[in-house]
Write a protein that binds this ligand. Structure first.
Ligand code: ATP
Ligand code: MG
Length: 485
């Protein structure tokens, strides 16, 4: 981050200095919320969590080199004491971004924010130094922490913005005002909390409302294929750039198909040229994400051919999102256990089905059977039964060889949907927990099989993928308290 003295930080946050001997001592970054990450030059922001209180670790952070602590009470170490640490981080981020004049690109949507953020980052890095968050640092804590990593030479700052209610994106947008704002889609994630899709659209659309007008360089990048997103063009004075497969999209995909490997390929059309894209990422939902990223890169001056090359080279930067691993015995495990909602469940099932077909034509020895190990999609409110039932039915319609529904009541609904759509009842099996799923799969899997593992974050179904891959359980990919939708 740009160096700031403790006196400046106190002034910016409205905080009081405690136990500080040198108010001119400077924070050079990073700003951390985990005391174990504190090192020389750091500012440790203390949060009181459910299990631990950061204030108890303040002295340790300073011993490791942190210059000071941002806290809500004196901690017996140099501290700037504020009423609200989250707000204080926001004030610092606003100052840093305002001072630097970095090009800020923000994106939101119900699904695909992190995947698209990672694509945008991989494109913009080719144009100049780019800062982006790890994983899903997309809320009122994760976003400022990311913005505070920007430095004088940072050309682009790519920010993911999540919302759990009305006003959240506006708050984030005002902290780090974007010039380019991307809205991917309005799905059903957190629909229970929002109270309906229209409300979700209201919340996500706040991003285009905070953009500067067209004359000042504001650009709203909107999904032409999603009516609720497209309609947001009336809520902004920024220039609108549409992406999608719709003919009127400025950034368009034509001839979308799946390669033999099961990854999407398409011809990219931009107002200044075309290019062929063959993605390394799995799942046709990434076409939409790639177009959104292409629109941003186009806006920032990247030629179409370079965009197509960069999209074709892009890999996954964040774990557990369609993470494909082939075992030595020829079984492929697709770990998409980071999260699930009805939209992403459908996209993942279609990807699974395509991967199965690709393998079935790859040679006789390869069976190409597909297994969907699915768990609950949380927070669906009154729609929960219908949505789980529909996913179970879709698995059968896509010819997934076997659905393994894991868990309680919601898993029973998945299983019931599949059984009602199928004919023999063998299309699906319901097991009570991850362990039972692993036991079942261990006895059945053979070369050429593809196994998709997916459920909502709270279910922790990555344990199934880890067990199938003989990996220990790690915390990677679990981004704790810094992510919301
Ligand atoms: N455009 C898309 N449409 C539907 N599903 C998608 C799309 N892009 C990604 N997904 C799926 O959605 C899930 C979450 O992806 P990702 O982490 O990129 O989204 P996110 O919006 O950042 O999620 P979160 O709100 O949890 O931060 C993954 O399982 C992925 O397969
Ligand atoms: Mg995310």
């Amino acid at each position: 981050m740009i160096p700031l003295s403790l006196a400046e930080i106190a002034a910016l946050t409205g905080g009081r200095q405690h136990d500080i001997t040198d108010p001119e001592a400077r924070i050079t970054g990073p700003v951390v919320i985990d005391s174990r990450e504190a090192g020389p030059g750091a500012l440790f922001a203390a949060f009181a969590g459910e299990r631990a209180d950061g204030h108890d670790f303040a002295a340790g952070a300073v011993a490791s080199g942190a210059v000071a602590v941002l806290a809500t009470r004196p901690v017996g170490a140099p501290a700037i004491v504020v009423d609200d640490v989250t707000r204080a981080l926001g004030a610092l981020a606003r100052h840093v971004v305002g001072t630097l004049g970095t090009q800020v690109v923000a994106l939101t949507g119900s699904s695909g924010k992190t995947s698209t953020k990672d694509l945008i980052a991989q494109l913009l890095e080719r144009l100049g130094p780019t800062v982006w968050p790890p994983g899903s640092f997309n809320n009122e804590i994760g976003l400022p922490l990311t913005a505070l990593r920007a430095e004088a030479e940072t050309r682009h700052l790519v920010l993911e913005m999540g919302a759990r209610g009305i006003g959240h994106i506006r708050y984030l947008g005002e902290l780090t005002p974007p010039r380019i704002g991307v809205v991917l889609n309005v799905g059903t994630a957190h629909i229970g909390e929002f109270g309906g899709r229209e409300q979700i659209a209201v919340a996500k659309g706040e991003l285009v409302e905070v953009l500067p007008p067209a004359e000042e360089g504001g650009v709203a990048v909107l999904n032409a294929d999603d009516p609720l997103v497209r309609a947001m063009k009336t809520r902004t004075s920024a220039r609108v750039l549409l992406f999608g497969e719709a003919l009127e999209a400025d950034i368009r995909a034509e001839n979308v198909r799946l390669t033999e490997r099961g990854t999407p390929a398409f011809t990219l059309h931009t107002p200044t040229g075309c290019g062929d894209v063959t993605m390394r990422l799995y799942g046709e939902h990434h076409v939409s994400n790639a177009l959104a990223a292409a629109a941003v890169a186009h806006q920032l001056g990247m030629p179409a051919g370079d965009i197509a090359d960069a999209l074709s080279a892009a890999g996954t930067l964040s774990r557990w999102r369609m993470e494909v691993t082939e075992r030595a015995d020829g079984v492929t495990v697709v770990n998409d256990a980071y999260n699930a909602n009805p939209d992403s469940m459908r996209a993942a099932l279609r990807a699974l089905s395509a991967m199965g077909s690709a393998r079935a034509t790859g040679g006789e020895a390869r069976g190409g059977r597909t297994w969907a190990v699915l768990g609950e999609m949380a927070e669906l409110g009154d729609d929960a039964l219908a949505e789980h039932d529909a996913i179970g039915r879709l698995a059968v319609r896509l010819n997934v060889s076997k659905l393994v529904a894991v868990g309680g009541r919601e898993a029973a609904w998945l299983d019931m949907g599949a059984k009602n759509e199928g004919s023999w009842g063998e299309e699906s099996v319901h097991v009570s927990d991850a362990e039972a799923a692993v036991d079942l799969l261990r006895g059945e899997l053979r070369a050429g099989d593809v196994v998709l593992v997916k459920a909502s974050r709270s279910i922790g179904l990555e344990s199934v993928a880890h067990a199938l891959l003989d990996e220990g359980v790690s915390n990677e990919g679990n981004e704790g308290g810094v992510a919301t939708r």
